[in-house]
Design a protein around this ligand. Structure first.
Ligand SMILES: Nc1ncnc2c1ncn2[C@@H]1O[C@H](COP(=O)(O)OP(=O)(O)OP(=O)(O)O)[C@@H](O)[C@H]1O
Ligand SMILES: [Mg+2]
Length: 259
């Protein structure tokens, strides 16, 4: 059974079964995708195919034209479930320091002050920002700001963490460091993550699964389970082979005739 078939069944924590259009623009004709609890799923696809749209649908901040997005069997609703976003540009609140930024999600959920303080300190330590608790956005580098956003997402008991190309504006060494850090915090906190990236090496390095999307109207071209043990070695033969397989699929998608 391939990964997608398994997660389309009853064991999915999150289930998307939708069609979506913006006015006359058909983005998804019929997309059926499941994500298991605590799974790390990477989504790749050509620019404009609807990856950010899909995350907005996952988050329940946008409704599909038809079909449904279910989290634990009920429709996705940001007021009801705990859904965290990490964007491409670090979205940290400039008027709050690092500690208060990380605390935001917990405070919105009205967690007791002692729990907020404990979780915030622990999570700040997990992303290596001890000593910077009192810093504001303008005093932090791009990588540090992204660490704050990641800490904020993982500090809560999020049902789902959505990440939209979070490392795209970082230099390669920082990006690789952040990839290892995000896996580390995910391994400790066990959350369900959907991570969008254009970078196939990143997808194969991070994901339990790599889902490859076509151009519009968008469908799933491949849904590959990555069985390589972590930490993964990007220069190993198996890694290189899987990455090349994903690249060939993406190239085929790019070569498809457009409407
Ligand atoms: N609010 C909107 N109203 C109308 N069209 C939209 C809206 N948001 C996105 N689109 C269109 O829907 C399609 C998918 O956009 P989306 O931003 O989801 O793509 P993407 O895969 O995230 O692209 P990228 O890789 O460049 O970030 C695009 O053709 C875009 O122009
Ligand atoms: Mg996008």
């Amino acid at each position: 059974m391939d990964a997608g078939t398994a997660a389309r069944g009853g064991d999915a924590k999150v289930r998307v079964d939708i069609s979506h259009r913006y006015g006359n623009l058909l983005v998804y004709e019929k997309l059926d995708l499941g994500v298991r609890e605590n799974e790390f799923v990477c989504i790749c696809g050509p620019s404009g195919c609807g990856k950010t749209t899909l995350l907005d649908l996952f988050a329940g901040i946008m409704k599909p034209s038809s079909g449904h997005v279910l989290i634990d069997g009920v429709p996705a609703d940001p007021k009801r479930q705990n859904i965290s976003f990490v964007f491409q540009e670090a979205s940290i609140l400039p008027w709050l320091n690092v500690r208060d930024n990380v605390a935001t999600g917990l405070r919105i959920k009205k967690r007791p002050a002692a729990e907020v303080a404990r979780k915030v300190e622990e999570t700040i330590a997990l992303v290596g920002l001890q000593g910077f608790e009192g810093y504001y956005a303008h005093q932090l580098s791009g990588g540090m700001k992204q660490r704050v956003a990641i800490a904020r997402a993982f500090a809560t008991d999020a049902d789902l963490i959505l990440m939209d190309e979070p490392f795209v504006s970082l230099d390669q060494p920082t990006r690789e460091k952040m990839q290892r850090e995000v896996l580390d915090i995910w391994a400790r906190r066990r959350r369900t993550v959907v991570f969008v990236t254009h970078n196939l090496e990143e997808a194969v390095f991070l994901g339990d699964r790599v889902v490859i999307l076509s151009g519009k109207p968008t469908r799933i071209v491949a849904d590959l389970e990555v069985k390589l043990p972590r930490p993964r070695d990007p220069v190993s033969e198996e890694f290189t082979r899987l990455r090349a397989r994903c690249a060939a699929m993406l190239h085929a998608v790019h070569a498809e005739p457009r409407e």
